[in-house]
Structure formats: structure tokens, C-alpha cells
Design a protein around this ligand. Structure first.
Ligand code: HEM
Length: 458
């Protein structure tokens, strides 16, 4: 079989473009070498895959076929999430944690979270003033952080909630700059040179967050409330096949993982969706026609099942997927798929962005066109913003529900427009390991749509 084409440029030569202009980096390689290409000196080879036939085989393969990179140990991600994070676990431990974490994220639990999401969106919108532009990413992050602290941690408003909210947004804001991605890609840069140095500041904020999370876990153990429905309560009561619960350390690391994996990603997706709705008036009009008949206080599940709203969220996640590639998969043994021989040890990156921009699947891929999702069904290897297979995103149903409810709540209550400088085509920028709209993107509230003030559920 032919060798997999590609370039053997060393990492230090590829890194600046990969870190600072990742989409150009992917597209250049795709144009030059095709849908499966390798990069770097190897061995083992690092291989990017944008061929749905290969990706389908990988999603369907046995979990034992893959492991996660050992170099993650000691990396920026381990320091942030901890050794017990689902994102960094492998084999039997990964399977056990996934089974313990999945039930709270199951689709039928979404009704319980729906009202919380609408109420917290209303809380953030209450700060908006007519004609006063606000930063879109900051506003969406404010909503998604509140949602995660309430729905995942079950935190009630108070000192711990406020302090965690402050610290987490400072920590993740610091990690969100393209510059900070160097700490993740080059763990050797993680040097604590005192409280004013970038890494030293990070270490101190992280220590305070850890203490607050452990305090919350301890309080819950002391005052157990069996009727709680938040995700932490469900995780604390879950038992594995041997009847064992998650330890405090495991609970801490998984809470950190859910916070980091679930809050920035959804905020970026929401900021993009609101950008598209206001940049393309026909998209906003069509969405309005669908949402208006639902009335002023619709059932969250009725909102979430609207077809154009669903297609709009899908197209938002297609055109600029928040995670440009899936998590890394390393082959434990050789694999042959769709005419390619992948050797044991190969490091695979399934390239979500390139799959979502294939002309054969998505004609005019650069055009934002939600209708394509109303006209055609895509397979899990063709539309994959949440990855797939045994490592697929466990927050998918939650994130989609949150996107739809926040969008519908915002658009029902406010007439908005893009700030003058932002009314133009925008391109994603790197935020840590994810891609996001430019941080300066702003919206201007014009007028409240609903005559009555926003009511919060008591
Ligand atoms: C729009 C929002 C989101 C996007 C685009 C997204 C995307 C992804 C992707 C691409 C992966 C890697 C999948 C793979 O390697 O195949 C992933 C994994 C994961 N996501 Fe999400 N995610 C989102 C929201 C969330 C939310 C809300 C949560 C939880 C609150 C969450 C929790 C996780 C976890 C725990 C994993 C690791 C799964 C594992 O390794 O077994 N994500 N996500």
C-alpha cells in the first residue's frame, strides 16, 4: 500500500503556524497531500485524518485499539485538570469514569437543566443597557460559567459561588490567549517564577480554586441532600461495577474537567451563533419566524426541538468547530482502514475542521448556510463537532440544549446589532486548544422586545 504522504518538518518549524494560524496550517497540508497526511519527523508518525471512511472505522474500532499520549502526563492540561481527568485517562479507568459520569448528561435529564439555563441567561441580560455595546464573548462566558456552576456543581449564590466564578474566569481568560497555548504545547515553559510571572500567577489561582472545590465536596459529604439533581450530587451517588464511588480526588478532577471542557467551548459556539444571526439578516429573520409563534415563556424542550434553530446551531459548529481536531488517539496496534496502513504507535488527529470543509460533503463550505442541515442527513463521521466513538464528548446533549435555550432567550428579549467595527466577515482565533471568535467582538442592544421586565423563576 502507498505510504501516507506528508512533510517531515520538525515541530519547532511547524509550531508557530500550527499555534498562531492553525486553519491555514491544516488547509495548506490538505491541499498539498490530501485527506490523510503525516507531519513531523517521526517515528512514530503524527497523522491528520480528514477522510470520513477512515474516521468512521476509527469511531467504530474497539477502544483497546487506542491510548492517549503519555506525554500528556506533566503537561499543562494535567496540571489544570488533574491525573484523574476523563480527558487524560485511558483503558479500564477511562471506561469506569465515563460510566460514572454519563448518566447526568443523558438527554432525558435535560428538562431539569432547561429552566436554570433560561433564568441565568436572564440574569446576565439584566445588565444590558440600550445603545451600550457589550463584549459578546465575555457575556456568553458569564452565562455558561453561571450555568455550569449551578447545573454541574449545584452551587447556590453566595461567597463560594462568587469567588469560584471570579477565579475561574480569570484563570481561563489567562489560558485563552494564543500566547498561553505555548504553555500547553511546551510544558517545559511551566516555571513558577513568583506571583507576578504568568505561570506563577496561574499556579496560585489554581490552588485557590482547588481549595474551594474540595470545600464544596466536603460540605456535601457532611450535609447530604438526597433530592438534589445537580451533576455533582449524581456523580457522588454513582457506583461502579464493584460498588465503589469516585474518591474526592477523582471528583475534584472530573469537576475541573467538566468546567474547562464545558464552559469555554459552549461560550465560543454561542458567540459565533449570535454573530451569524446578526451578520446575515436572512438567518435572523428566518429564526425569528420560527421562534415568535412559541410565545413569551415557551417550554424549553419545545424550543430545543425547533428545526431551524437546530440547523443553525449545527451550521455554527460546522463552519468553525470550536475544537479543530478531536482528542489525540495513539494506535496500540496496527490498523488498516480505507486503503491506508496505520502502524502501531501512530499519533492520530481526526481533523474536524477539514472534514467540515470538504466540498463533496458541504458545497460552498465557506458559506454559512443552515439549510444544508434541513436538506441532508450527515453521518457521525461527516459532521463531528463533538468527536465520536469511545471518547466522544459527554456534554453534547447539554451543550446543544444550552446553545438553543440561550439563543432563543436572548433573541426573544432583545433586538441587537453588531457594533459598527464588527459588521464584517470574521475569522476564528486560537484560544488555548480551541478556536473562538475574535475576543473584541461586540453587540449593541437596541431595544427590549418584551414589554414586561424579564422575570426570573423564584
Ligand atoms: C459546544 C460545546 C462543546 C464542544 C464543541 C465540545 C467538543 C468536544 C470534543 C471535540 C471532544 C473530543 C472528542 C473526541 O476526542 O472524539 C470533547 C470531549 C469532551 N467533552 Fe466536550 N464539547 C462541548 C461541550 C462540552 C460540555 C458542556 C461538557 C460538560 C459539561 C463537555 C465535556 C467533555 C468531556 C468530559 C470530554 C472528554 C470525553 C472523553 O475523553 O471520554 N463538553 N468535547
Amino acid at each position: 500500500m502507498p505510504a501516507i504522504p506528508g512533510s517531515n518538518a520538525p515541530f519547532w518549524r511547524r509550531a508557530p503556524k500550527l499555534i498562531l494560524r492553525p486553519l491555514d496550517y491544516f488547509e495548506d497540508n490538505y491541499r498539498r497531500y490530501g485527506a490523510v497526511f503525516q507531519v513531523g519527523e517521526g517515528p512514530p508518525p503524527s497523522i491528520y485524518v480528514a477522510d470520513p471512511a477512515v474516521i468512521q472505522g476509527i469511531f467504530q474500532a474497539d477502544a483497546a485499539q487506542f491510548h492517549v499520549p503519555p506525554q500528556n502526563v506533566g503537561s499543562g492540561l494535567t496540571f489544570l485538570l488533574g491525573d484523574h481527568s476523563l480527558l487524560l485517562l485511558d483503558g479500564e479507568r477511562h471506561r469506569r469514569h465515563r460510566r460514572l459520569l454519563m448518566p447526568p448528561f443523558h438527554g432525558d435529564r435535560m428538562r431539569a437543566y432547561g429552566n436554570v439555563i433560561c433564568d441565568l441567561t436572564a440574569q446576565v441580560m439584566a445588565n444590558w443597557q440600550p445603545r451600550q455595546a457589550f463584549n459578546l464573548r465575555a457575556a456568553m462566558q458569564d452565562i455558561t460559567l453561571r450555568v455550569i456552576l449551578k447545573a454541574v456543581f449545584g452551587l447556590e449564590e453566595g461567597d463560594r459561588y462568587d469567588r469560584l466564578r471570579q477565579l475561574l474566569s480569570t484563570l481561563l481568560e489567562g489560558l485563552g490567549t494564543p500566547f498561553s497555548a505555548f504553555f500547553i504545547f511546551f510544558p517545559g515553559l511551566q516555571k513558577d517564577l513568583g506571583p507576578l510571572s504568568p505561570w506563577g500567577r496561574f499556579v496560585r489561582i489554581k490552588a485557590e480554586i482547588d481549595a474551594l472545590i474540595y470545600a464544596e465536596i466536603e460540605d456535601r459529604r457532611q450535609h447530604s441532600q438526597p433530592d438534589r439533581t445537580d451533576i455533582l450530587a449524581l456523580m457522588m451517588s454513582a457506583r461502579d461495577d464493584q460498588g465503589q464511588p469516585l474518591s474526592d480526588g477523582e471528583l475534584h478532577d472530573e469537576l475541573m474537567t467538566l468546567l474547562v471542557a464545558g464552559h469555554e467551548t459552549t461560550a465560543s459556539a454561542l458567540a459565533w451563533a449570535l454573530y451569524w444571526v446578526h451578520w446575515l439578516p436572512e438567518v435572523g429573520d428566518r429564526l425569528g419566524q420560527e421562534l415568535d409563534p412559541l410565545g413569551s415563556a415557551p417550554d424549553p424542550l419545545a424550543v430545543a426541538s425547533q428545526p431551524y434553530l437546530t440547523a443553525l446551531c449545527q451550521e455554527t459548529l460546522r463552519i468553525y468547530p470550536v475544537a479543530p481536531t478531536t482528542g489525540i488517539r495513539i494506535l496500540s496496534r496496527p490498523l488498516t482502514l480505507a486503503g491506508y496502513d496505520f502502524p502501531a504507535g501512530a499519533v492520530l488527529f481526526l481533523n474536524i475542521y477539514l472534514v467540515h470543509h470538504r466540498e463533496d460533503l458541504y458545497p460552498e463550505p465557506e458559506r454559512f448556510n443552515p439549510e444544508r442541515f434541513l436538506q441532508r442527513q450527515y453521518s457521525p463521521a461527516e459532521f463531528m463537532p463533538f468527536g465520536g466513538g469511545h471518547r466522544s464528548c459527554i456534554g453534547m446533549a447539554f451543550a446543544l440544549m444550552e446553545m438553543k435555550l440561550v439563543l432563543a432567550t436572548v433573541l426573544r428579549h432583545w433586538e441587537l446589532e453588531l457594533a459598527p467595527g464588527d459588521s464584517r466577515p470574521l475569522h476564528p482565533v486560537r484560544r488555548g486548544l480551541t478556536l473562538a471568535p475574535p475576543g473584541r467582538l461586540r453587540l449593541v442592544p437596541l431595544a427590549q422586545r418584551s414589554p414586561q421586565p424579564l422575570a426570573l423563576t423564584p
